[in-house]
Ligand binder design. Structure first.
Ligand code: GMT
Length: 386
């Protein structure tokens, strides 16, 4: 199959998921064409089946706002025609679903049918997409997609609640490459972070408000008073300065490290004991799933799709959003005794197996197949064959 994948190329979950999907499809022999404005961060190795098409946006003094969506549709048209794509799979509705709708209409004039599959990832529905400045276009382009998928049951339900969606939304959860995350801890690396064998707690996100990074610091501060620990912050974003200010205020900076955006997150997870994700909303929580695949238990809020991955009392604990007291108590319960920690670690890695890449990617392939059959030229049977 020749598949066009449209996504954000950054460290965000939707871009990571789309890139990992494209890589897995390419490994299975499909030809994959990434269409985006920058090389996706997880697209680091050469693969003969992978192509990258950069969306270049023309700047002109008249434009206060560069016409990215128009440039994206034009690039899609170019790739559909010149590489004979079988389908377009767009990740994150804004502006990818409407840009794909436009491209679909343009190539139709030339007699080309291109099925469009839209995967909804979370904030494209629950936060940004529902804003009145975008909502009509988001709803329309989702409805015009040939197939719609959501990464969790919660996101599917939220989409039906927020928009008037007339089609079926299929749930295909996020997945993880277990081989990549089941790494042995490198002892000298662990010693650099935790020289006195402190517990290692980690949080990874884009530090946006929705992630509640200040809660992470408050939870850590309470845990650290009881159990000597170190906190690693992976990623970066708007709330970084407030987070630094709070750790100065609490006097916990010596035990907290901001290590920025990391491509080799699996090395960090391999030495970690606990992942903290107190988000206001999380459609799924891919970062948490990657942590669990590395055998790291999860302290999370119970928002959105998190209950679909975190089993309370088994793979970690969940608490209401903002309940830092409950989250710290639960974290202490997991970290206090080696034996308990070991059990939670084991359960976390077992639970991650449900979302194994080898189980989920074939679901996408089956979905693609449905549309290929429809667009293949119908051969007329000769009377003697009937
Ligand atoms: O979490 C983010 O801010 C990034 C965001 C994205 O769209 O890139 O992630 C969303 O998609 C991920 C992959 O499907 C999900 O695992 C995340 O839970 C989801 N984030 C939110 O819903 C806030």
């Amino acid at each position: 199959m020749r598949i066009g994948i449209v996504c954000y190329p950054t460290f965000g979950g939707s871009g990571v998921l789309a890139t990992e999907l494209g890589k897995a499809l390419a490994d299975k022999g499909h030809q994959v064409h990434f269409i985006t404005y920058q090389q996706p961060v997880r697209l680091t190795e050469y693969n003969a089946n992978i192509f990258y098409h950069e969306v270049r946006v023309t700047s002109y003094p008249l434009f206060d706002y560069p016409p990215y969506e128009t440039a994206l549709s034009s690039t899609m048209v170019d790739v559909i025609i010149n590489h004979q794509l079988d389908l377009l799979h767009v990740h994150y509705a804004i502006p990818h679903a409407s840009a794909a709708y436009m491209a679909k209409k343009i190539v139709a004039v030339q007699g080309i049918t291109i099925p469009v599959i839209t995967t909804l990832h979370g904030t494209d529905i629950t936060l940004v997409g529902r804003d009145q400045t975008l909502a009509p276009v988001v709803a329309f382009s989702i409805n015009e997609s040939d197939a719609i998928t959501a990464v969790s049951e919660n996101l599917r339900d939220e989409t039906y609640n927020i928009f008037d969606i007339k089609k079926e939304i299929e749930v295909i959860p996020n997945f993880v490459d277990l081989n990549r995350f089941q790494k042995k801890a490198i002892d000298p690396f662990r010693k650099v972070i935790a020289p006195h064998n402190e517990r290692i707690i980690v949080h990874a996100s884009n530090f946006r408000k929705i992630k509640r990074v200040l809660d992470v610091i408050k939870i850590f501060d309470k845990v650290n008073k009881k159990i000597p620990s170190k906190l690693l912050f992976v990623g970066d974003g708007p709330d970084r300065h407030d987070a630094e200010n709070l750790c100065r205020e609490l006097g916990s900076c010596d035990d907290i490290r901001f290590i920025g955006k990391q491509e080799q997150i699996e090395e960090i997870l391999a030495v970690s004991d606990l992942f903290v994700l107190p988000s206001e909303y999380e459609s799924f929580g891919l970062a948490a799933l990657e942590a669990m695949a590395a055998g790291v238990p999860l302290i999370s809020s119970d928002a959105g799709g998190l209950p679909e991955i975190n089993i309370n009392g088994k793979t970690g604990f969940m608490s209401p959003v903002g309940d830092v007291d409950s989250m710290s108590r639960n974290a202490i319960q997991i970290l206090e005794h080696d034996e308990i920690l070991k059990t939670f670690k084991f359960n976390a890695s077992e639970q991650a197996k449900k979302f194994d890449i080898h189980k989920i990617v074939p679901i996408y392939e089956k979905l693609y197949d449905r549309f290929l059959i429809r667009t293949m030229p119908v051969k007329k049977l000769s009377p003697e064959k009937i």
